[in-house]
Design a binder for this molecule. Structure first.
Ligand code: FAD
Length: 521
């Protein structure tokens, strides 16, 4: 008798450590590996501020298409294939339809913690259960089940990294299963199957090559990149954030595995497991929060808080977010977004974001601080939107969590600590190689002026073929004055809504309680 299973890929675009795929194969005569193309994610939106769809910039769309091609090729090597469907009117209803049409017994998909994913999956789960179809939705995008961690913490998400780590414990091992072949694909009947489109077929034409990120998508590339990282055991063992040069771009100072984790081309459990194997062979190594394992735990921390906090992605109605009277200023926002603030360090980072869709963590710190509490006093939600669109690793929980952090709206409250848009970058890259690469208009500016070109005498500007105010903008604000003003406003906002110390006390006492609890057990 036929026993058909659907494995529905959304994130988790991989074969390794994939419990949904594993369960779908068990006892099934046929499996249907499905991906639904969502037009809102893929089709050009001419009203968006950058090339791309309503929900994603072109670099991330291209990354996703790479992931799909790679997944399809891996499935074909195992005697299966990816069934690509048109997501009309939207992905959930397409899945409901095929569950019926293909006489499905069980449907398997990775648990998704994002509000959008939760609503979509509820629709499918409800429908499937009504038809008596088994639903299997394992946690495999994260190391831990956020709901479990919240339960362990008495129903509230832990609000400090330390308290999270103390609660979380050791993650489960990745599945060791490898396949030589998969059950065959069943009869798809009249359902229309699509090819994985190229970006040109999606309607993106006449694009200059330099618009593209150097990072290609897919599980094969993720595993290749991971193996490169793991080869250098000393580097892995000594990894220590925030040490590392944010201006290093040809050979970044961190792994650049974030886009692969975002799309689930790389399993976080597998990554964690590999790091531990390296630690065992080298002996001495760094520890959380600064180690590489520590970075994975930051990811978990934000996933857990995001899952347990209503309205996590906004200031209003978000209990953990300080209410700050941010300013509305579209002109300044656009100058920041387009890399035209007149501060080369800030502008180069924003151009790297636009062209590559990835920047180093401390570079993200610099521009997020500059936009919000450091200089421009613009709402973190506006910056979050720009990152959300342009990053290839754009991740709902991590992006919102870090914007809350950087704007001193939650988690971190030392608003008087501001990154200088001049001296911070200079510390790492006194010759301005990073700036010269991403802002070629400044390529001939002498080192002395590269971080403050407006201070260069006109004769030097002429010699460098870059007149400030004409070829490159003057600074949109005077940093010393703007940052002083920001500190004052933050102080006033904090005084109004309860002091930062109170919040820190809550966090500290939470962590102490957990430590006490640990000592008792
Ligand atoms: P590595 O240092 O090699 O770390 C390994 C992995 O650990 C990363 O791939 C990532 O999954 C995780 N990680 C590292 N740092 C953090 C962190 N601070 N918070 C949570 N997880 C972390 N990261 C995203 O993946 N998606 C985002 O949308 C995102 N938005 C951000 C927005 C702002 C304002 C800031 C300051 C940071 C943001 N980050 C985001 C976190 C961090 O900058 C990136 O994860 C990191 O730079 C990715 O590079 P990597 O893979 O080389 O990191």
């Amino acid at each position: 008798m036929e026993s058909n299973a659907v494995v529905w890929f959304r994130k988790g675009l991989r074969i390794h450590d994939n419990p949904a795929l594993d369960y779908a194969c068990r006892g099934s005569s046929h499996i249907f590996p499905v991906f639904v193309l969502d037009p809102r994610y893929l089709h050009p939106d001419p009203s968006a501020f950058s090339l791309g769809s309503a929900r994603a910039g072109l670099n991330r769309i291209r990354f996703l298409l790479d992931c799909l091609l790679d997944l399809d090729s891996s499935l074909r090597n195992l005697g299966s294939r990816l069934l690509v469907l048109r997501g009309h009117p939207e992905p959930a209803s397409v899945i409901c339809r095929i569950l019926k049409d293909w006489n499905i017994r069980k449907v398997c998909y990775e648990f998704d913690t994002e509000p959008y994913g939760q609503a979509r999956d509820r629709q499918v789960t409800d429908f499937a259960r009504q038809l008596g179809i088994e639903v299997f939705s394992p946690v495999s995008h994260t190391l831990f089940d956020p709901a479990e961690v919240i339960k362990k913490n008495g129903g509230r998400p832990p609000l400090t990294y330390q308290s999270f780590v103390a609660l979380a414990g050791k993650p489960p091992d990745p599945l060791a299963k490898t396949y030589s072949e998969l059950p065959p694909v069943g009869n798809v009947g009249k359902v229309e199957l699509l090819n994985i489109p190229t970006i040109e077929e999606l309607g993106y034409r006449d694009i200059e090559q330099e618009e593209f990120s150097p990072f290609g998508g897919g599980e094969s590339e993720a595993l290749r990149r991971l193996n490169e990282v793991l080869k250098d055991k000393e580097w892995v063992a000594n990894f220590e954030k925030p040490k590392g040069d944010p201006s290093a771009f040809w050979k970044p100072a961190t792994t650049v595995l974030s886009p692969y984790l975002k799309f689930g081309c790389l399993s976080s459990r597998y990554f964690y497991h590999c790091l531990h194997s390296v630690y065992l062979t080298v002996g001495k190594h760094t520890s959380p929060p600064v180690s590489l394992v520590g970075q994975l735990l930051w990811r978990e921390f934000f996933y857990t808080v995001a899952f347990g906090t209503p309205n996590f992605d906004q200031m209003r109605g978000n209990k953990i977010c300080k209410q700050i009277p941010w300013k509305d200023d579209d002109k300044l926002l656009v100058a920041w977004r387009e890399g035209r603030t007149g501060y080369p360090w800030i502008d180069a980072i924003m151009i790297q974001l636009k062209k590559w869709g990835w920047m180093h963590h401390l570079a993200r710190h610099s521009v997020a601080c500059f936009l919000t509490r450091g200089d421009l006093f613009i709402h973190w939600e506006k910056g979050r939107d720009v990152f959300e669109r342009l990053l290839i690793d754009s991740d709902w929980a991590i992006n919102n969590g870090n914007w809350l952090w950087l704007s001193c709206s939650a988690f971190f409250y030392q608003y008087h600590r501001i990154y200088s848009p001049i001296s911070f970058g200079r510390k790492y890259d006194p010759d301005g190689k990073y700036i010269r690469h991403f802002l070629p208009v400044l390529k001939d500016m002498p080192n002395e002026y590269i971080y403050e070109p407006w201070t260069a005498p006109l004769s030097i500007q002429k010699k460098a073929n870059c007149i400030i105010g004409k070829d490159y903008p003057r600074p949109v604000v005077v940093h010393d004055r703007a940052s002083k003003d920001c500190r004052k406003k933050m102080g006033e906002a904090y005084a109004k809504v309860g002091s930062a110390e109170e919040e820190d006390d809550t966090a500290a006492s939470e962590s102490t309680t957990i430590q006490k609890r640990k000592r008792q057990t």
